[in-house]
Design a binder for this molecule. Structure first.
Ligand SMILES: *Cc1c(COP(=O)(O)O)cnc(C)c1O
Length: 380
């Protein structure tokens, strides 16, 4: 590095310069009065302590209506939702399940928990979701299901995945844990696959600290889920208190979704000239409306991600690494179709911004954009 660039580095907060992000990042979840009131209502009417009170049913009903889906099975986490959903699709230990080489780690484990074999295929170039063009090479007579997750602000093409599986007896699990509120060609994410899964974990876009749900139109899948979950009682329940906290969030989810989408577009715009920090280049129109549990950025492989993360953190940007990917998993545990080149790039070169800043207003989004621009300018 020459003298002029070292003086640029000197402006970085990491080197003692001023922080780019002066604004406060909102806490998550916020203290919604409607949630407090709902929890207090279960206290007053005594339903908070019941196994089969009305509160969980009311949530399931309201969520089913919001999504336009026949069945909602509330459960204790998104991870359990994925496992139960696979069982709902009839997956057993004789089967193979296709998933992307870059995905939530628990999805791999959910397949293993059933005794089925994970078969890994690549993700889209410069992206994070399963590449449907790779499906053909992975399908065989043992394939029972495909897990397709919407990740980091990118939507999997569930319609196209289903089209490619037609007449092959293979079902699609649409993992919508990161994207309540998102739409695929105007249809709510989670309802396009044969079964959909949601998470209500503490950091997620709909949250009660823990919890999840499986959604489906299929009666037979619901029946298999019921049999897998009932062990004398519901072994993986969502509690009445959790359900109470979730129901009022549905009233305002669409507003928050729209606000997050606007903020994501604004940040993407701020990064459009960056050479180091590349946001997803997906086209977002009104029919396809991605949700942002994380806002994703990829960096070229020759840059030092650890250093960039430190520099961004020092600027006050809420950055994290992505998933580690499954490219290094042992061949004893899974099948790999092809070299998973894009999945490995996603695992190594991704920087994620956690979502709460998207609700913090335009000034905050601009400050975060400036943090990236400032670091980018050091590498001219
Ligand atoms: C969070 C998440 C899950 C699991 O949800 P938990 O409620 O944390 O168990 C599953 N899939 C994806 C894509 C997720 O982001």
């Amino acid at each position: 590095m020459n003298d002029s660039s070292s003086s640029k580095f000197a402006h970085l907060a990491l080197q003692g310069g001023n922080k780019s992000v002066a604004g406060e990042i909102p806490c998550w979840p916020p203290q919604w009065p409607s949630v407090l009131e709902a929890i207090q209502r279960t206290w007053s009417d005594g339903s908070w302590g019941q196994y089969h009170g009305k509160t969980v049913q009311e949530f399931a009903h309201t969520f089913a209506e919001y999504l336009g889906v026949k069945h909602v099975w509330p459960c204790s986490s998104g991870t359990v939702a994925v496992e139960l959903a696979l069982r709902g699709l009839g997956v057993n230990a004789t089967h193979e399940v296709i998933l992307a080489g870059y995905d939530f780690p628990g999805n791999f484990r959910a397949i293993e928990a059933i005794g089925a074999r994970p078969v890994l295929i690549d993700v889209r170039k410069n992206g994070f979701v399963l590449d449907e063009a790779q499906l053909d090479a992975a399908l065989n007579e043992k394939t029972k299901a495909v897990i397709a997750s919407h990740l980091h602000g990118q939507l999997a093409n569930i319609e196209e995945i289903k089209r490619r599986l037609q007449n092959r007896g293979v079902s699609v699990l649409e993992d919508a844990c990161q994207v309540p509120g998102a739409k695929l060609a105007s249809r709510p994410a989670g309802t396009v696959g044969d079964v959909g899964t949601f998470s209500f974990g503490g950091s997620k876009l709909m949250t009660c600290g823990r919890g999840g749900a499986i959604v489906t139109d299929c009666d037979a899948s619901l029946q298999r889920i019921r049999i897998a979950a009932e062990r004398g009682n519901d072994a993986f329940p969502l509690s009445a208190l959790q359900a109470a906290a979730l129901t009022p969030q549905l009233d305002t989810l669409d507003d928050r979704h729209a606000q997050r989408l606007r903020a994501a577009k604004r940040l993407r715009e701020a990064l459009s000239d960056s050479r180091i920090f590349r946001p997803l280049d997906d086209v977002w129109d009104d029919a396809d409306s991605p949700a942002f549990f994380k806002f994703a950025i990829q960096i070229p492989g020759h840059h030092d991600r650890e250093y960039l993360l430190q520099a961004l953190t020092a600027e006050g940007a809420p950055v994290f690494t992505g998933f580690r990917g499954f490219g290094k998993r042992s061949k004893r545990r899974c099948e790999q179709v092809g070299p998973l080149a894009n999945a490995n790039i996603a695992a190594q070169n991704t920087i994620l911004l956690h979502h709460p800043f998207l609700l913090g207003g335009e000034a905050l989004v601009d400050q975060i954009g400036e943090a990236f621009q400032k670091i980018d300018a050091c590498f001219e």
